[in-house]
Design a protein around this ligand. Structure first.
Ligand SMILES: Nc1ccn([C@@H]2O[C@H](COP(=O)(O)O)[C@@H](O)[C@H]2O)c(=O)n1
Ligand SMILES: C[C@@]1(CO)OP(=O)(O)OP(=O)(O)OC[C@H]1O
Length: 166
């Protein structure tokens, strides 16, 4: 059986606004994300991890931020499109672990809903998904409250007879 690992990282800075979309959850906040899409930094990191594990590049290659088609797009829509690409490449998701690096807002109460959305969009059980958050102890751009970063790692299983393919 062939397994592959994928890693994703994304950052979005804040701009004027009144909410953030993170993990498909609308969180009231005193800023919004600056982005071409809805700026869902967590789902972008997860999308990049899925594409990376399949050697399919990154989210910006598939959904360029120069394409008006993706202006304001719901990142859950992008994530579901990426899941189709993963399946077409012959892989299924084993498990996923992601970290939000944010001084604020507090994520803990929103994490269960984020996991619901991610598990539904990836069509995997909730127990295969972990989302966690950390501050950066007021250090760096996240610590100064200029934006939020996210990282994700996924394990992918190659489906069917792989003929020795990685
Ligand atoms: N934006 C955040 C950051 C952290 N948390 C939760 O707080 C706990 C302590 O965070 P540290 O920065 O000291 O690692 C952590 O376990 C997170 O659950 C949060 O909810 N939102
Ligand atoms: C999500 C996309 C969609 O155009 O744009 P952004 O929302 O700006 O996000 P980013 O992670 O900077 O780039 C990836 C793009 O594909």
């Amino acid at each position: 059986m062939t397994w592959r690992i994928g890693h994703g990282f994304d950052v979005h800075r804040f701009q004027a606004g009144d909410h953030l979309m993170i993990g498909g959850v609308r969180i009231p906040f005193h800023y919004a994300f600056e982005a071409h899409s809805d700026g869902d930094v967590l789902l972008h990191a997860i999308g990049d991890a899925l594409l990376g594990g399949c050697a399919l590049g990154d989210i910006g290659r598939h959904f360029p931020d120069t394409d008006p088609a993706w202006s304001g797009v719901d990142s859950r829509d992008l994530l579901r499109r990426i899941v189709v690409l993963v399946e077409q490449a012959g892989y299924r998701v084993g498990n996923l672990d992601a970290t939000l690096i944010a001084q604020a807002p507090r994520m803990a109460s929103h994490v269960p809903a984020m996991i619901d959305h991610i598990a539904a969009d990836l069509a995997i059980p909730r127990v295969a998904v972990n989302v966690k958050a950390t501050t950066s102890e007021r250090l760096g751009f996240t610590g100064r409250g200029e934006g939020i970063a996210a990282e994700a790692v996924v394990l992918l299983q190659r489906l069917g007879h792989d003929g020795g393919r990685p």
